[in-house]
Ligand binder design. Sequence first.
Ligand code: SF4
Length: 64
Amino acid sequence: MRVVIDGQKCQGHQMCAIAAPEVFGSDDYGNAVLLIDGDVPAALEAKVRRAEGNCPEHAIRIEP
Ligand code: SF4
């Protein structure tokens, strides 16, 4: 699976980085950035799903 952050929606709560610190970091403004390229490693998929569910702005999209 792949994950995408909508930078227009992201408000920098960093809930995603708490749920999946291997996948989500933050830029100089505190908005989320992806720390991985391409497919999410299988071992991190559950954490990414949790991050997607926890994002208050619905800024995280999971693609098959
Ligand atoms: S939880 Fe959502 S709004 Fe907050 S930093 Fe992460 S992607 Fe952005």
